[in-house]
Design a protein around this ligand. Sequence first.
Ligand code: FMN
Length: 319
Amino acid sequence: MKYYFAPLQGYTDSTFREIHAKHYSGVDAYYTPFCRVEKGDVRWHDRKDLQPERNSLLREQNRLVPQIIANTAEEVDVLVNRLIEMDYHRIDVNFGCPFPMIAKKQKGAGILSSPDMVENVLSALKKYDSFEFSVKMRLGMNEENEWEALIPLLNASNLKQITLHARIGKEQYKGEVHYEAFANFMKQCEIPLVFNGDIVDLPSYLSVCEKYPSINGVMIGRGLLQNPFLIEEIVSGSVVPTNEKVKRLKSFMSDLTDGYGNVMNGGELQLVQKLTSFWEYLLPELDHRSRKKILKSRKLSDYQSNVEEALRKYKMDME
Ligand SMILES: Cc1cc2nc3c(=O)[nH]c(=O)nc-3n(C[C@H](O)[C@H](O)[C@H](O)COP(=O)(O)O)c2cc1C
């Protein structure tokens, strides 16, 4: 079984990925948030995040998969050529982003209603035979069965893996995952398949394994923002004790503070806003007041003491 850290735009940038990889074990690969073409070239912000010097640990360990978003062969060429220049060898293609700004341009999940466009993108990948390509997709944009028209194209492609988030685009990230639809997709999919969606703890992981014993792996997003230890816990089969969790979380948080402090230059408030954003997800068991206090921090020293206090309370509550 392979374990993947899902791409999460706004959260899993190079600073976060490298620091997570330093602190936690068990992740087979980290997928980057999607990079896109803007004015004929790869968006500068995306290119910066992929720079080799910002990704040294994961590149050295061959555990980084850049993700692209495109709906034409021309865009694929621009993106892939930039990644060749940066000496990447694996690429994931985003057929799943549900955000209206993207989907209405028939990109991300928006491409799923247009088999012709999917075919163009998949054909464009075929010329790059030194790459390992994968796709991350949903069941469809508007209907649960849109994938049925795409499966022959996917099976005939050079993809090495498909990750399926078994929702449709218009559901965004809410509602039940369509477990039965995942099983139907799996029956027809001839490419190694990875499950994605709502794995947040050991029981939800085990339930996925029981439902789909033949999957190649699982990809986890929000569950890892909530509990950065989750893949370690899944691999070891046991929950990390609270004492150890708090100690290691402090060290992780301290490295994130230093890491973002080094790469951000928009002042203290911008840094604090970046750091507090992780607390939208982190430790769902944390009491409401402690979380609110952290989220309201405006100064770095307040943020740090609010985190310290919250973790003290968390430790007491959990023990
Ligand atoms: C804030 C946010 C940003 C995301 N950004 C991306 C992205 O850049 N590329 C992508 O393929 N999926 C993206 N996703 C989807 C996740 O990778 C994942 O498929 C989804 O959250 C379901 O998995 P989970 O329940 O384990 O989080 C994003 C999701 C969220 C909530």
